[in-house]
Write a protein that binds this ligand. Structure first.
Ligand SMILES: [Zn+2]
Ligand SMILES: [Zn+2]
Length: 176
């Protein structure tokens, strides 16, 4: 039975993730589970950038994914890939692993009052977006679709956590 497995990577608010399990399960029509296994992020820290290397973390996650399963690592630590200043998340197209960071999704990071609901929604959008990639979906240009590419948190707020009609149709085909 294929499974979407969510692994907290030094992510303190595990109860937030529990709330997401049923939403993710519904959206992808797959069972979900939350791992309790501790994951050491120290080997992936880059002291020059004071960030964590997303490519290396994903490679590690891939090795622990069972056949047909998708594994999603979720962290509060700041992620980078060498060509970008920061990333919200990363996944290999049609691969078995994805990675998401809540680090830059907090309003407080941008000098605004913290908004837990907004943070939760942003994190959920990131998770669904990266999982979409892991299932084989590419970026979409349709306004509001969760698969629209986002660089800034404001853009994140302009899209929904839903797939547009054509992304949904493609996902259904990919997951059959
Ligand atoms: Zn993307
Ligand atoms: Zn779309």
């Amino acid at each position: 039975m294929p499974l979407i497995k969510i692994i907290p990577l030094q992510f303190p608010a595990v109860e937030e993730l529990e709330k997401m399990l049923s939403i993710i399960s519904n959206r992808f029509k797959m069972e979900t589970s939350l791992s309790t296994r501790p994951f050491d992020m120290n080997p992936y820290f880059n002291p020059v950038r004071s960030q964590y290397n997303a490519n290396e973390i994903i490679q590690k996650l891939v090795t622990s994914a069972a056949e047909n399963n998708k594994i999603v690592g979720i962290t509060e630590l700041d992620l980078f890939i060498p060509v970008l200043r920061y990333i919200f998340g990363q996944a290999y197209l049609g691969g078995s692993a994805a990675l998401v960071s809540g680090h830059r999704l907090h309003n407080s990071r941008y000098g605004l009052a913290e908004d837990p609901n907004l943070y939760f929604n942003r994190l959920l959008k990131c998770l669904i977006h990266e999982l979409g990639h892991a299932f084989g979906l590419k970026h979409c240009l349709k306004l509001g679709c969760v698969m629209v590419s986002t660089t800034y948190v404001e853009e994140m707020d302009q899209k929904s956590d839903l797939f547009c009609h054509s992304c949904q149709a493609e996902l259904t085909e990919l997951t059959q």
